[in-house]
Design a protein around this ligand. Structure first.
Ligand SMILES: Cc1cc2nc3c(=O)[nH]c(=O)nc-3n(C[C@H](O)[C@H](O)[C@H](O)COP(=O)(O)OP(=O)(O)OC[C@H]3O[C@@H](n4cnc5c(N)ncnc54)[C@H](O)[C@@H]3O)c2cc1C
Length: 154
């Protein structure tokens, strides 16, 4: 686990109240596994006092090296509203990767991953087995497509 000063690479709203933010980070985050999360804070700021947890949605890889993490967030309170206002270059503080990764027993034949919008924002398994199926419910079909990496509905 590391704590690092990071900055925003990209930040966009992908659906009403849902944002996708890309944050620069060092290669130690390359050890992140599906199911793990980061604690995000705002350096030099008292409010919000506590860091907030966000699942790692995707690792950003450039020239074979992990250069960032992507998070999906729902604006719900002070921290996520502030996240929505972040612009490229703005500083954030990241602590991670944290939490227990999903463990898929090697002899498993079929794995189902089920959850709602936030629990399914987690990064996909780097696993070529097609026996891993994700089942997700969401009230918003755009955010569901973003989570599952499917084409956006028109
Ligand atoms: C391990 C972990 C991973 C998480 N991953 C993600 C993620 O990938 N994306 C994401 O958007 N969120 C995720 N969350 C939830 C996220 O951390 C909270 O939504 C966050 O605390 C919001 O901070 P805030 O300051 O905006 O709102 P807060 O001030 O923390 O909350 C504002 C109000 O909303 C309520 N609230 C907070 N979270 C929720 C919720 N999830 N559902 C319903 N009511 C809630 C609070 O009780 C409070 O009343 C994760 C939480 C955990 C524990």
């Amino acid at each position: 686990m590391i704590q690092s000063l990071s900055h925003v690479l990209r930040n966009e709203m992908v659906a009403p109240s849902y944002g996708r933010i890309a944050l620069a980070c060092g290669t130690p985050f390359g050890r992140s596994r599906p199911g793990q999360f980061v604690m995000l804070g705002f350096p030099g700021s008292i409010e919000p006092l506590l860091r907030r947890p966000f699942s790692i949605h995707r690792l950003i890889v450039e020239a074979g090296q992990v250069s960032g993490v992507e998070l999906l967030y729902k604006t719900i309170g002070p921290a996520t509203r502030r996240m929505a206002a972040l612009r490229p270059g703005d500083p954030v503080s990241l602590m991670g990767p944290l939490g227990s990764a999903f463990r898929v027993p090697p002899d498993s034949r079929r794995v189902y991953l089920a959850g709602g919008t936030e629990s399914m924002s987690r990064m996909p398994f780097r696993d070529s087995r097609d026996s891993i199926a994700a089942i997700s419910g969401s009230r918003n079909e755009v955010i569901l497509a973003v989570i599952l990496g499917a084409p956006l509905p028109r």
